[in-house]
Design a binder for this molecule. Structure first.
Ligand code: PFF
Length: 455
């Protein structure tokens, strides 16, 4: 009976497809929109160093834990924990992941909507000024509207809903395989333009010369949260994707490759943006609008700028779409497997739910500007509650599960593809990390960052 159930599951069809999908999940608005503005708001280079440490010591082990759990159980985020530990409430970790997926999607689709809108605005010649006041005003007009940003958010939801309904292989895998190389190339072009702007050096030293006085516990929490968000970990997305991965893939190697490539894309986005920030007299701590005011300014100062601008937003939209597919797949896999809903029904209802919740995030700059939850607008609340609370919490429990609950012999067998790979030492180091370092480090940062304990 079990065998039959597994046989019906779809999966990624090739190694390239797996890497593209997992990297497609990691690379998204997190790299191109969030990484630069969070870095800008937290002081630059020193923040990046803390971020890199968080990726290597915490994000990567959690990513590998999730992939191992997913591939071993071939189940969704909730089903995976139920399969491994039917008698204890570990499945709640998966349940919190499904909730996180909803909350992230709520504000992610807002920003993705802005990006989609910018493709059309750039193409229509509506973003042609190099004056900071003009590009700021154009952005402000878009986000403080009602009908326009809502329209784009719904448009985004329809696009990803259609791809998800097409399935794992024909939908997710096919789309993500096409876009990564293109995005990379385009970022390279903007990097060259940005680096050759007069005064680019100031931006570079902001990015690479650390000033450690800028580091506080809340900065560390922001770096940790960003690492989780970036790598799509702490909420079962990698359990879900791991469940589609073939038993012969080398999971540790794959996780390392994905983390490296993802970090490279973030740094390239930083190099595209910061030299221009300083060259054009913007402030690095402009917040979420940074990308939307800098990129038009940079492109408008180069030949064929309009064409490149359209391409840039198009690729950002595609990268965001790859990431949203993985976010959406978390509840879809859960609903289809745990409740036997059809993929169509699960997709339609999930999209509807996200649309309703997400519209409150979109309207945070207009109708709901004064409505706050814990002192934050809906948009900021969804963002903060996921990156800075739910994902790190999820990370603690996922690490504890692998470190303390799952039989270590089984962990090692899964990690070595049943003994085919020789990675015993790596496995020991990994188990040590998830057993002690990861949970303790996250717990300390979380409690201090939220002001619950003080050093
Ligand atoms: N990693 C994505 C990004 O950086 O844009 C965001 C994300 C995707 C977070 C999938 C969580 C997730 F499950």
């Amino acid at each position: 009976m079990k065998q039959e159930m597994y046989a019906k599951r779809e999966g990624f069809s090739s190694s390239i497809g797996v890497i593209a999908a997992v990297l497609g999940s990691a690379v998204g608005l997190g790299n191109i929109w969030k990484f630069p503005y969070v870095t800008g708001a937290n002081g630059g280079a020193a923040f990046i160093l803390v971020y890199l440490l968080c990726v290597a010591l915490v994000g990567l082990p959690v990513m590998l834990s999730e992939l191992l759990i997913g591939r071993h159980t071939k189940a969704n985020a909730v089903g995976a924990f139920k399969a491994l530990q039917p008698r204890r409430p570990w499945f709640l970790v998966g349940g919190a992941g499904v909730l996180s997926a909803f909350l992230i999607m709520a504000f992610y689709t807002t920003v993705a909507g802005w990006v989609y809108a910018y493709i059309f605005k750039a193409a229509g010649g509506m973003l042609v000024s190099t004056k900071p006041e003009d590009t700021s005003l154009a952005f402000k007009t878009l986000i403080s509207g009602v009908a326009e940003p809502l329209f784009w958010q719904m448009f985004v939801l329809i696009v990803i809903g259609a791809i998800i309904m097409a399935g794992v292989t024909k939908g997710i895998e096919r789309v993500t395989k096409l876009l990564m190389p293109l995005l990379f190339l385009l970022l390279l072009i903007i990097d060259i333009r940005s680096l050759t702007l007069p005064g680019a050096g100031v931006g570079l030293s902001f990015l690479f010369k650390p000033d450690f006085s800028k580091i506080t516990v809340s900065v560390i929490l922001a770096a940790l949260g960003l690492a989780f968000f970036k790598l799509s970990v702490g909420m079962g997305a990698m359990i879900t994707y791991g469940s589609y991965v073939d038993k012969n893939e080398n999971l540790p190697k794959m996780a390392i490759k994905v983390a490296l490539a993802d970090t490279l894309v973030s740094l390239m986005a930083g190099i595209a943006i910061f030299p221009a920030v300083f060259a054009f007299g913007f402030k690095p701590d402009a917040g979420p609008k940074l990308l939307f005011i800098i990129i038009p300014t940079v492109f408008n100062s180069m030949p064929l700028g309009r064409l490149f601008m359209v391409l840039f937003f198009l690729l950002t939209a595609i990268a965001a779409t790859g990431a949203m597919l993985s976010l959406l797949e978390v509840p879809i896999a859960y609903l289809t497997e745990q409740y036997q809903w059809t993929r169509r029904k699960a997709t339609l209802l999930t999209i509807l739910g996200i649309g309703l919740l997400g519209s409150t995030a979109t309207l945070s700059n207009s109708l709901f500007a004064k409505v706050t939850v814990f002192g934050k607008t809906f948009f900021d609340f969804f963002d903060f509650a996921t990156s800075n609370v739910l994902l790190p919490l999820g990370g603690i429990f996922i690490a504890l599960f692998v470190g303390w609950q799952w039989n270590h012999t089984k962990v090692k067998l899964e990690m070595s593809n049943g003994g085919q790979l020789t990675n015993e030492r790596l496995a020991d180091a990994f188990i040590f990390l998830v057993k002690f370092i990861v949970p303790v480090a996250i717990a300390l940062v979380l409690l201090a960052g939220l002001n619950i304990i003080h050093f």
